[in-house]
Design a binder for this molecule. Structure first.
Ligand SMILES: NC(=O)c1ccc[n+]([C@@H]2O[C@H](COP(=O)([O-])OP(=O)(O)OC[C@H]3O[C@@H](n4cnc5c(N)ncnc54)[C@H](O)[C@@H]3O)[C@@H](O)[C@H]2O)c1
Length: 320
């Protein structure tokens, strides 16, 4: 198997690269290092089956040169597309960020796939495409009205993939991720809390009232699910929610878990309001029945995934 991975130096991308290499795949990673870090690829860079290129997916001439060169002697069989703006708040402040890094990266990658005859795509989508709905989120509900530009551009990315399937793509897997936690995090509440406590060990400011409730999945389980789905779902267009259903974790639980590990005794101060920021969906009720029927379920509950990630992230923040 020969794979192209975009967003390879990011949090999830770097874990995916490690897992693909462990399966014996040849992997070419592209990342502009805007949010990702070369350090995340420290292990992969020692593997002769891995090649890394610092490039912007929207720079078509550079990417075309890289893909054309790397397509010899054997073409890529799949592109794993993870490059995106993962900072939802940055997209609220300036929606152009999501247009460029969340949508155009998908549109331009599809152009490259057409040019270089890469037949399959696996795409990192998100629960944010569903918007704020007071019901269980199954894969086939609609119409969908996202409440962040990030969710909007991911939904547009799904649509672009769907139409590419009509002309040149052979197969697509769309993964709608929940909130993902674990080592090498580049963003997210747990990392924010750990950094804030490092700066001020006496008090932790938490945006919102702490009652936001979402399902969290550990990155190791997410990667396992992505590989399981691509191995086992063989429709032309395959789309799955990935996550935990019944169990969710509150922001208060997460704040207390980080305080306990990072700075026991620190006071937690909630800023109030039902959400952390504009575009934040405070409560997510995810259905993962479709994935369960395919044969995959997570082993960790949402709280256990958070506990494991807190230990990993706190260790990384304490010793950068
Ligand atoms: N972490 C989560 O909880 C979560 C939830 C839902 C969906 N996702 C999606 O999963 C994917 C990976 O997310 P992550 O958490 O690892 O975020 P991340 O920011 O760590 O990884 C994204 C990577 O894409 C790179 N990138 C961005 N724009 C680029 C461009 N124009 N050209 C080349 N590289 C570019 C960044 O430098 C970064 O390394 C993203 O598509 C994200 O939207 C993540």
């Amino acid at each position: 198997m020969k794979c192209l991975v975009t967003g390879a130096a990011g949090f999830i991308g770097s874990h995916l690269v490690d897992a693909l290499l462990a399966r014996g795949a040849a992997v070419t990673g592209i990342d502009n290092l805007k949010l990702g870090r070369r350090k995340n690829l420290a292990k992969a860079l020692t593997n002769p089956n891995f090649k890394f290129f610092e490039a912007n997916i929207n720079d078509l001439p550079s990417c075309s040169r890289i893909i054309s060169w790397q397509s010899k002697p054997k073409p890529f069989s799949i592109a794993w597309h993870l490059a995106a703006n993962s900072d939802i708040r940055a997209g609220v402040a300036d929606p152009d960020v999501d247009l460029r890094d969340t949508f155009l990266t998908t549109y331009n990658l599809l152009k490259q796939m057409r040019e270089h005859k890469i037949p399959r795509i696996a795409f990192a989508s998100t629960s944010a495409i569903y918007g704020e709905l007071d019901r269980q989120l199954t894969e086939d509900i609609g119409p969908l009205f996202p409440i962040s530009s990030y969710g909007t551009m991911k939904l547009a990315g799904e649509a672009a993939i769907s139409s590419a399937l009509e002309s040149f793509l052979e197969r697509a897997w769309i993964f709608r991720f929940p909130n993902v936690v674990g080592s090498r995090a580049t963003h997210g509440a747990l990392l924010d809390f750990a950094h804030k406590l490092k700066k001020n060990p006496a008090e932790l400011e938490v945006l919102g009232d702490g009652k936001q409730k979402k399902p969290y999945l550990h990155v190791a389980e997410l990667i396992d699910a992505m590989l399981f789905i691509t191995d086992n779902a063989a429709e032309k267009l395959n789309y799955f929610n990935i996550g935990t259903s019944a169990n969710v974790t509150t922001v208060k639980y997460m704040a207390e878990a980080v305080v306990k590990q990072m700075s026991p005794g620190a006071k937690i101060r909630f800023t109030g309001g039902d959400r952390g920021w504009i575009g934040d969906v405070p409560k997510v009720n995810y259905s993962v029945e479709k994935l369960k029927k395919l044969g995959w379920s997570p082993k960790l509950t949402s709280n256990k995934a958070v506990d494991r990630a807190v230990a990993e992230i706190v260790a990384e923040v304490k010793t950068p």
